[in-house]
Design a protein around this ligand. Structure first.
Ligand code: SPD
Length: 391
């Protein structure tokens, strides 16, 4: 019996030692080694990296120019021969579509119109369009002829450094008249204080252009042409309504032809348009009234909506029109002054000395630029609609 008890105790001691050596199942799980996958993720070896097929070094593909582009422009603003020469040289056809005012151009693009590769906004409209992200920045390397732009047109407030647009032509807004039928209108009063007995009563036109029409009325009243003062604008509106009775209509596209034909005697308009019409009627004359007028710079820009192909073709066209010979050809056709210094060197002295194209200092001092007026833009538009709706 004593022997059996010793054997049992020895057996229990051996089992206890064995259990102590193996540990409990719980202890085993805690001390288990990390799975191989976890280790591999923590420290990837070369062999674990995905294998890459050797890449052939490819040059980025050059965007090919569109074969045809649409140029949204003012009417009669470019010699059609420019398109012919450009197509001959590059194979790219330029199709022209026209607008009559900056507001029409702006509204069209804001309304989502696409397909245009080139547009021609004036200074203040360029600023509005840049601020609204509506223009594509120019790739200057593609337009080396930008060097021909005269220094004073480079750092303009509306597009410093010509980042978005190429200055195209500049000019003034004043009064054209038939010098054989009418004495020179010295004041804007010819419109805003019209004489019902004058032969030109009912035979005058004003530009169909809200900012230009208000500028004429505001300058006549002695106000800033960019005023946002509602009272001053109301006065200008009343002046425009008074003028309306003496007009045969509002017109921005054919007013110079209506003068040349003798149908009208006086017109509010842009200098170059009157000078062009002198080819048909040598009695057309142009003047800036004593109160002053508007000075402007039109610019060729690429809308942000242009496709890469249209943009490449548009930049080729911009470089082309900046050539001295083409720049001179454009001014010889439309009679507007060029911001292209190299083109100027190719123009006749008669043109460069014409005070209707290049106003003398005393006249320049009386001219103002139309500027963006921010929220008041809609006020101008509302008042212009009221003028148009007035009997
Ligand atoms: N026939 C082309 C006339 C271009 C005039 N653009 C000038 C706009 C100034 N507000």
């Amino acid at each position: 019996m004593k022997q059996r008890l010793v054997l049992l105790v020895s057996l229990l001691v051996v089992m206890g030692l064995l259990l102590a050596a193996c540990g409990t199942p719980k202890q085993q799980a805690t001390q288990a080694p990390k799975p191989a996958a976890t280790e591999a993720a923590a420290q990837p070896t070369k062999a674990a990296q995905p294998t890459q097929a050797p890449q052939p070094t490819e040059a980025p593909k050059e965007v090919q120019p569109a074969k045809e582009i649409v140029f949204y422009n003012w009417s009669e603003y470019i010699d059609p021969k420019v398109y012919e020469l450009f197509e001959k040289e590059t194979g790219i056809k330029v199709v022209e579509d026209n607008f009559s005012s900056n507001e029409e151009l702006l509204a069209k693009l804001q309304g989502g119109a696409t397909g245009y590769a080139l547009i021609v906004p004036s200074d203040y409209t360029v600023k509005i369009m840049i601020d609204q992200g509506m223009l594509a920045p120019l790739d200057r390397d593609k337009i080396p002829n930008l060097k021909n732009i005269a220094p004073r047109f480079r750092n303009v407030y509306y597009d410093p450094g010509n980042k978005y647009c190429v200055p195209y032509q500049w000019g003034t807004t004043g009064i054209g008249y038939l010098s054989d039928k009418v004495k020179k209108p010295e004041s804007w009063s010819v419109f805003f204080d019209p004489d019902p007995n004058a032969p030109w009563y009912g035979r005058m036109t004003m530009l169909d252009d809200a900012r230009e029409a208000f500028a004429a009325a505001l300058v006549y009243l002695g106000y800033d042409i960019n005023t946002t003062d509602e009272k001053q604008l109301e006065e200008a509106k009343q002046a425009l309504i008074r003028a309306k009775a003496a007009l045969s209509g509002y017109d921005s596209d054919t007013y110079e032809d209506l003068l040349a034909s003798g149908e009208n005697l006086i017109a509010h308009g842009w200098n170059g348009d009157f000078l062009q019409a002198m080819e048909d009627n040598e009695n057309i004359a142009y003047t800036i009234p004593k109160e002053g007028g508007v000075i402007w710079v039109d610019n060729v820009c690429i809308p942000a909506s242009a496709t890469p192909e249209q943009k490449v073709a548009a930049e080729m066209f911009l470089n082309f029109i900046l050539r001295p010979d083409i720049g001179a050809m454009i001014s010889e056709y439309n009679y507007y002054a060029t911001p292209n210094k190299a083109a100027e060197a190719k123009l006749d002295a008669d043109f460069l000395n014409d005070p209707s194209v290049y106003p003398p200092k005393d006249v320049l001092d009386k001219l103002q630029f139309i500027k963006p007026v921010g929220k008041a833009e809609s006020l101008y538009q509302r008042m212009w609609d009221e003028v148009k709706a007035a009997p």
